[in-house]
Design a protein around this ligand. Structure first.
Ligand code: WT7
Length: 704
C-alpha cells in the first residue's frame, strides 16, 4: 500500500489527552515595534475578503507588469495567482534594495570553523555575484528560460547566489539537500530532467571537512541509469583556488566555478520578466518511497506569500538581523532564509555547520557577535541544545525579540525552555505549522496580536481557513476534544502548483480525499488535505499531532506518537523520546518508547519505570509501553527528525533499510545490539512478519 493510500484509509480518531496549556503574552516592547499590531488586519484577511486580501502581500513586491486576476480557479485544483502579472524574483530580492541600501548586509555567512572570518555580503555584492553566475549559467551552461538546474549544495553563500542567478534568467532551480546521498541527488536530477548540476568540492560539518564532490559522480551515474545525461557539473570551491576533494575532475564535464567566472567578471544580465505563474523552483519532499515528489512553486504567488508572512509573522524589518538556523536545502531555508527575508531587504544570517559545534554555546556566540534579534529553529535543535547546554544561553549577551519554531510539534516542556532560557523571557515565540508543499506558514500566532500557547501553533494564518474533518467529511468542531484530519478550505498564494511531472498524483494526494465535485471550478469544493492529525481547542488554536499515518493502534485505540513522546518528556531526566509500534500477539500493536537522557544522568531502571508510569497516568493503561529503551542517541535525518522507521524496525527485528543518509548512521548498530539482545533475554523472540506488517513498519514515520 502506498503512503497516499494508507493516509486515505486511516481513520483520524486519534485519542487526545493533551492537557490545556496556559497563555503567554507578548512583551509590550515587542508590540510597540511590531509590523502587525493593529487587529484591523484580521478583518482585512477575513474570508469575506478572500482572495482579494492577498493583494496586500502582492503589493510588497515590485511588479514589471501588474496583475489583473487575483485567483484563477478555472483549472481547479491547479490554482493560478496574480494572473497577468510579470516580475523577476532576483530583482525583488536584490536589485530593488540597491538604491536605499546598496551596502547593507544582505547575507552574513558564518563558517563552521570558529577562527575562520565571517563573510558579509552586501546587497551590492549579492547583486554582482548573482549577475556573474547568471551570465555563466546562460552563456557557459547554455541554460535557458524554463530549464531545470539541480543544485547539491550545503550551507555556503554560493547556494543563495546560485538560486538568485537562476531566478534572474528564468531557470527553475532544484536544490537537493547537501546531506542527501549522491543516489538521492541523481534521482532528483533525473526526475526534473536537469542537464546541469551545481555542487561544491567540500564543506565543514562537525569539525570535519567533508568531501562533497564525490557525491556528484554518484549522482550522475544514478541519473544516467534513469536515462538522464548531465552535460556539465559546476563545482564551487569551499576555499577558492584550492580543490578539497579526492575525486578527480572529469575533463570536459566538470568545471570549477571560480575559474570559469573569470570570463564573466562584472557582467550584468538583464533580468527576465517572468509571468507570475512561471515556476521559480522545485523542492523535493522528504517524501515516501517510490518516485520523488517535486513540489513546484510559482514565482509571483510564492514570493508574495513568503514576503507577507516574513513581514507579519517573523516581524522582519530591514534593520533587523535575522537568523534562521534551518538548512537552505529545505523549504524553510528557501522561504525563510533566502526569499522572504531578502524580499524585505533585511540581513539574513547563514551558518555553515552544526549548532553544537564546537559546543552548545555556539549559536549564542553567533547571536551575540552579530546582534541577531530574530531567531528561527526547529524543536529537534532546541531539544539538542537543551540537552547539551541547558545553562549556555545565560552566558551570552544577546537579545531576541522574536523566536520561531518549525518542523514538528514542540513539547510544552521544551517550549518553556525555549521561551524562558533561550528567549530570556524577552522574546515572543511563534510556532509555525506548514509543509514543503505550502510555500509558507499555514498555522501560527500573529506575535503582537495573539497570546502564545505552548505546544499549539495557534489559529490559521492570515487568509488561511483551516478545518478539521473526520473520515466522513464531517466537521470536528473547535473544543470537541477530538482530533481529525486538518485541511485548508481555500487556496493561498504560496501553495505549490503541482508535483513536477505528476499532476494526477498531485490531485490524488492532496485534493481527492475531501473533494466535493471533481468537475467544480469553485475553490470551496477543493479542501487541501494536509495529511496531519490535529485537534482544535475552544479558543480556535490548533495543536498538530503529526502525520495521520504516524499513529499506533493499540487494541483499536489510536495513539499519536507525539502525545506519547510529550508525556515522556515530562520526566525530568529525559532529553528526547520516540514512540514506535511493535507487533504484539495480544494487542495487535504495542508501544515501545525510546528515550535519551540529559547529560550527566545515569541510565537506571527507575527512569524506565518513570516513563512507563507517566504514560500510563497521562494517556492511559492501554498506552503503557511494552519496553522503554534508554539509548545514547536517536537515529536522525540530517534535518534532525527522528527516524522512527529505523527504531521501529529494530523493535520488530525487521530490516532497517538504507540508513546511509542519516546524520548518525553509526548509532543504528549500537541500538540494534542493545535492544535486540535485551529482547532475546526477556524472551521476546523474533518472529517473521507478514508482508503487510513488514510494510507497515517500513513505512512508519515515512521520512525518506
Ligand atoms: C510536516 C511537514 C514546514 C517546513 C519544515 C517541514 C510537521 C511542521 C510543524 C509545527 C507541528 C509540524 C507536520 C507537517 N510540522 N511544522 N510547527 N508543529 N508539526 O516541512 O518536511 O514538508 O514536513 O512537518 O507534520 O505535515 P516538511
Amino acid at each position: 500500500m502506498s503512503t497516499e493510500e494508507r493516509a486515505a484509509l486511516s481513520e483520524a480518531h486519534i485519542a487526545v489527552h493533551w492537557r490545556e496549556e496556559g497563555y503567554y503574552y507578548p512583551p509590550a516592547k515587542f508590540i510597540g515595534q511590531a509590523n502587525a499590531a493593529d487587529p484591523a488586519i484580521f478583518e482585512r484577511f477575513s474570508e469575506e475578503h478572500f482572495p482579494e486580501c492577498f493583494k496586500e502581500y502582492a503589493d510588497l513586491l515590485a511588479w514589471d507588469q501588474y496583475w489583473h486576476t487575483t485567483l484563477d480557479t478555472t483549472n481547479a485544483p491547479f490554482w493560478k495567482w496574480f494572473v497577468g502579472g510579470r516580475l523577476n524574483a532576483s530583482v525583488n530580492c536584490v536589485d530593488r534594495h540597491l538604491a536605499a541600501g546598496r551596502n547593507r548586509a544582505a547575507l552574513i555567512w558564518v563558517p563552521e570553523p570558529e577562527d575562520e572570518p565571517m563573510q558579509v555580503i552586501t546587497y551590492q555584492e549579492l547583486y554582482r555575484r548573482g549577475n556573474e553566475f547568471a551570465a555563466l549559467l546562460r552563456h557557459f551552461g547554455g541554460v535557458e528560460v524554463g530549464d531545470r538546474v539541480t543544485f547539491h549544495l550545503p550551507m555556503v553563500p554560493d547556494l543563495p547566489v546560485s538560486m538568485l542567478a537562476c531566478a534572474r534568467i528564468g531557470a527553475i532551480h532544484s536544490e537537493v539537500f547537501g546531506g542527501f546521498s549522491g543516489a538521492a541527488c541523481g534521482e532528483r536530477i533525473a526526475d526534473s530532467g536537469s542537464r546541469i548540476l551545481v555542487t561544491t568540492d567540500a564543506y565543514y560539518r562537525n569539525g570535519e571537512l567533508i568531501d562533497h564532490k564525490l557525491k556528484a559522480d554518484q549522482a550522475l551515474a544514478r541519473a544516467r541509469e534513469l536515462g538522464v545525461e548531465v552535460d556539465k557539473v559546476l563545482v564551487w570551491r569551499r576555499h577558492r583556488g584550492e580543490y578539497c576533494s579526492k575525486t578527480p575532475m572529469v575533463e570536459g564535464r566538470d568545471f570549477f566555478v571560480d575559474d570559469v567566472l573569470r570570463d564573466f567578471r562584472d557582467q550584468l544580465v538583464e533580468p527576465v520578466s517572468m509571468p507570475a505563474e512561471a515556476p521559480l523552483f522545485l523542492m523535493y519532499t522528504s517524501g515516501t518511497t517510490g518516485r520523488p515528489k517535486g513540489a513546484q512553486h510559482s514565482t509571483g504567488g510564492y514570493l508574495a506569500y513568503v514576503a507577507g508572512t516574513s513581514k507579519y509573522y517573523q516581524d522582519i524589518h530591514p534593520e533587523d538581523t535575522y537568523w534562521c538556523a534551518a538548512d537552505i536545502g529545505w523549504i524553510t531555508g528557501h522561504s525563510y532564509i533566502v526569499y522572504g527575508p531578502l524580499a524585505l531587504g533585511t540581513t539574513s544570517v547563514i551558518y555553515e555547520g552544526v549548532p553544537t559545534y564546537p559546543d552548545a554555546g555556539r549559536p549564542w556566540r553567533i547571536a551575540e557577535r552579530l546582534g541577531v534579534n530574530i531567531f528561527h529553529t526547529a524543536p529537534t535543535t532546541i531539544r539538542m541544545l537543551r540537552k547539551l547546554g541547558p545553562e549556555e544561553p545565560k552566558k551570552y549577551d544577546y537579545h531576541f525579540k522574536h523566536m520561531t519554531t518549525v518542523g514538528e510539534p514542540i513539547e510544552p516542556d521544551v517550549w518553556r525552555w525555549y521561551h524562558d532560557v533561550v528567549g530570556k523571557g524577552e522574546a515572543v515565540v511563534v510556532d509555525t505549522w506548514w509543509q514543503t508543499e505550502n510555500g509558507g506558514f499555514l498555522g501560527a500566532t500573529l506575535p503582537a496580536l495573539h497570546p502564545m500557547k505552548p505546544g499549539s501553533c495557534g489559529p490559521g494564518a492570515l487568509g488561511i481557513y483551516p478545518v478539521i474533518y473526520d473520515e466522513d467529511g464531517g466537521i470536528v468542531e473547535a473544543g470537541a476534544g477530538r482530533a481529525g484530519n486538518i485541511c485548508i478550505r481555500n487556496p493561498w498564494p504560496g501553495i505549490f502548483q503541482t508535483i513536477w511531472g505528476q499532476p494526477e498524483r498531485y490531485v490524488d494526494t492532496y485534493y481527492a480525499k475531501y473533494c466535493r465535485d471533481r468537475s467544480s471550478t469553485d475553490w470551496r469544493d477543493w479542501p487541501y488535505f494536509a495529511g496531519d492529525g490535529a485537534v482544535q481547542a475552544a479558543d480556535g488554536y490548533f495543536r498538530i499531532l503529526g502525520r495521520v499515518d504516524d499513529v499506533i493502534n493499540v487494541a483499536g485505540h489510536r495513539l499519536g506518537t507525539k502525545e506519547l513522546e510529550s508525556a515522556s518528556l515530562t520526566v525530568d531526566e529525559i532529553a528526547e523520546a520516540a514512540a514506535v509500534p511493535v507487533i504484539d500477539e495480544l494487542r495487535g500493536r504495542a508501544v515501545e518508547m525510546y528515550v535519551s537522557l540529559k547529560p550527566g544522568v545515569r541510565t537506571s531502571p527507575e527512569i524506565e519505570d518513570k516513563v512507563a508510569k507517566v504514560i500510563e497516568t497521562e494517556i492511559g493503561k492501554i498506552a503503557r509501553p511494552k519496553n522503554v529503551w534508554i539509548v545514547p542517541d536517536m537515529p536522525k535525518t540530517r534535518s534532525g527528525k527522528i527516524m522512527r522507521r529505523v527504531i521501529a524496525a529494530i523493535s520488530n527485528f525487521s530490516d532497517v533499510g538504507d540508513v546511509s543518509t542519516l546524520a548518525n548512521p553509526e548509532i543504528v548498530d549500537d541500538i540494534r545490539q542493545q535492544v535486540q539482545a535485551a529482547k532475546m533475554a526477556r524472551g521476546e523472540l523474533p518472529r517473521s512478519l507478514t508482508a503487510e506488517e513488514a510494510e507497515e513498519i517500513r513505512a512508519f514515520g515515512h521520512l525518506e
